[in-house]
Design a protein around this ligand. Structure first.
Ligand code: 5MM
Length: 344
């Protein structure tokens, strides 16, 4: 099969109305933090059991088209001996892989970050592909302060995202490009909008420079929201208006789908905001969907608590959250649908 056909098949499988992506690619330090917050011991075995719980949830393939895995998970097998990636595939869910190696300080740009992991990326992609991965994800972060992100931060992060995306496509792997404007801080929603527009403008300029095929990538942006230290929160209509304005100004129509991260919003907020985005738009060229980690996983993780007797209830809560976000993708969510969840 040609690389072009491979890329198109993966895009066709991922980009589907009423479906989104599960981000289950927390690195070991991040999942340790998330487990500790709800009293779960973080071991190789508990991480495997938890991710098996998510991927083996009956019916989850109706709402989730792809899953981003962490390297460890891609190599793990479930209790029945099947590889976790194969369990996903049997649910109709395309396995993907987080390929970045986290952030460090960006030299000469105090307060800004840059993501590592480009060295040897091609060789790693070959191995991940053999293990079943068909798409990849790379995240750059943009902290907001009065001085950040700097122009250097915006250009350097865009360049790295574009180099990653170009390498992925040359190996037949669909890249998810994730520029995350962080919610930390007390900045206004106006400042978030300004930074998001500048960051995304530069990302698409860099993608063009590196000849990335826009039809064969997905964008995973943050929504335009105020800093978490700047209450009250904006209404879903306000978030939708500003988020759509930035997207229209920055994202070419050739990109097939935009899958938002939840970025510290509560599960209910992330669903309501996605729904508002999908009800506010008129004739946008992209599918507008989700690629949530915390907003899909917080309820099931809190219910599971590492105990086998809680697996069924945790799966019910996960399925419920996925169903609500799938409804939000169609603009068909109402807060009344929150009732009757499996959340305990
Ligand atoms: C921003 O984080 C991504 C989306 O998650 P949320 O919906 O919770 O915001 C997520 O895919 C993230 O990139 C992974 O969890 C990996 O994070 P770390 O910090 O381990 O690299």
């Amino acid at each position: 099969m040609s690389i072009q056909t491979e890329l198109q098949e993966t895009i066709d499988s991922l980009v589907r109305r009423g479906r989104g992506i599960l981000a289950a690619d927390e690195s070991t330090p991040t999942i340790t933090k998330r487990f500790q917050a709800v009293g779960i011991e973080c071991t190789e075995a508990s991480r495997r059991s938890y991710r098996e719980l998510l991927l083996s949830t009956t019916g989850i393939g109706e709402f989730i088209s792809g899953v981003i895995l962490y390297e460890e998970t891609l190599g793990q097998s479930a209790s029945n001996g099947l590889r976790l990636a194969e369990i996903a595939q049997r649910q109709g869910i395309v396995p993907g892989i987080k390929v970045d190696k986290g952030t460090i300080d960006l030299a000469n740009a105090p307060g800004d970050k840059i993501t590592q992991g480009l060295d040897g990326l091609g060789e790693r992609l070959k191995g991940y592909k053999e293990q079943g991965a068909r798409f990849a994800k790379w995240r750059e972060v943009y902290p907001i302060t009065p001085a950040n992100p700097t122009l250097l931060g915006i250009t350097a992060n865009a360049e790295v995202l574009a180099r990653y995306a170009a390498i992925c496509q040359s190996y037949g792997i669909v890249p998810i490009v994730e520029p995350e404007v962080l919610i930390d801080g007390d900045h206004t929603i106006e400042r978030c909008e300004e930074v998001t527009e500048a960051a995304q403008n530069e990302v698409f300029a860099a993608l063009k420079r590196h000849r990335v095929q826009l039809e064969a990538m997905l964008l995973k942006p943050s929504m335009v929201v105020a800093g978490k230290g700047h209450p009250p929160k904006a209404s879903p209509d306000e978030v939708a208006k500003r988020t759509l304005r930035v997207l229209r100004r920055t994202v070419p129509a050739a990109v097939p789908s935009i899958n938002f991260l939840s970025g510290g919003q509560t599960p209910e907020e992330a669903t309501a905001n996605l729904n508002a985005i999908n009800t506010a738009h008129v004739n946008v060229p992209w599918l507008l969907s989700f690629s949530y980690a915390r907003a899909l996983q917080e309820p099931p993780m809190a219910i599971w608590k590492g105990k086998p007797e809680n697996v069924a209830a945790a799966q019910e809560a996960f399925l419920h959250r996925a169903r609500l976000n799938a409804a939000a993708q169609r603009g068909a969510y109402t807060p009344a649908m929150e009732k009757g969840s499996g959340a305990g």
